[in-house]
Design a protein around this ligand. Structure first.
Ligand code: C5P
Length: 227
């Protein structure tokens, strides 16, 4: 089989990472969760007091960027790679609703995007990679052999994210999660620096009424056609 690059983009909580992980496992490809990288930068900004509910010191964050090192390390027990920020495992810390509330503001900064896009291109340069995010098919790998654009209604997505957070023991309300999903969609689609849009050659999948298995089979079929 030919090694290909698979780019999966779409709105928040459409199940991109679940699908991407499943595909990577099936194909023996590397999975890269680019959202985790933006989340790690948001977490760093919070830790250093650069961002809070009514204040964002972009200048300080931009000046700190050269000192921020991100890497993924495969955890065999979990079966996927975890995010490390300056050699510290931040996998748990980056999945909170607080980080979700700030991450899109951090992801708007062009300097942040340039840094992460460069690293993502390096990670995928040998192909055999499944990468998910917002700009993978448009900016990171415009030449990817297969591009998927995932959508689902905001209600469906908020419900999925809410269930996930509750299961982890977070105390959030559905309204809070719904508001966060809508806000992130708004910022992600309206920012001037590589906004979330469907690439012309991406296959759009609305999974509001598809099971995980149906989705997986559908995309695996598309992969086989490209290999
Ligand atoms: O995928 P996830 O929901 O974890 O991403 C968190 C946020 O990171 C997104 O809402 C978006 O603001 C930002 N992001 C991005 N570009 C990517 C991946 C994520 O701007 N490629």
């Amino acid at each position: 089989d030919k090694k290909i690059t698979i780019a999966i983009d779409g709105f928040s909580s459409t199940g991109k990472s679940t699908l991407a992980k499943q595909l990577a496992k099936e194909l023996g490809y590397v999975y890269v969760d680019t959202g985790a990288m933006y989340r790690a930068i948001a977490f760093f900004s919070m830790q250093h007091g650069y961002i809070n509910a009514d204040f964002f010191d972009k200048e300080s964050l931009i000046n700190s960027l050269p000192a921020i090192r991100l890497h993924f390390q495969f955890n065999a027990d979990l079966g996927f790679a975890e995010m490390y920020l300056n050699d510290e495992n931040v996998e748990k810390e980056i999945r909170t609703i607080e980080v979700s509330n700030f991450v899109s503001k951090v992801a708007e900064i062009p300097e942040v995007r340039t840094k992460l896009v460069e690293q993502q291109q390096e990670m995928g340069k040998n192909k055999a990679v499944v990468m998910d995010g917002r700009d993978i098919g448009t900016v990171v790998f415009p030449d990817a052999e297969l591009k998927i654009f995932m959508t689902a209604s905001a209600q469906t997505r908020a419900q999925r994210r809410f269930d996930e957070l509750i299961q982890k023991g977070d105390t959030v309300t559905f309204e809070e999660v719904f508001k966060n999903v809508e806000e992130r969609d708004y910022i992600d689609t309206h920012r001037s620096s590589s906004p979330l849009i469907k690439a012309d050659d991406a296959v759009e999948i609305d999974n509001s009424n598809l099971s995980r298995e149906e989705q997986f089979e559908l995309v695996l079929d598309l992969v086989r056609q490209k290999q």
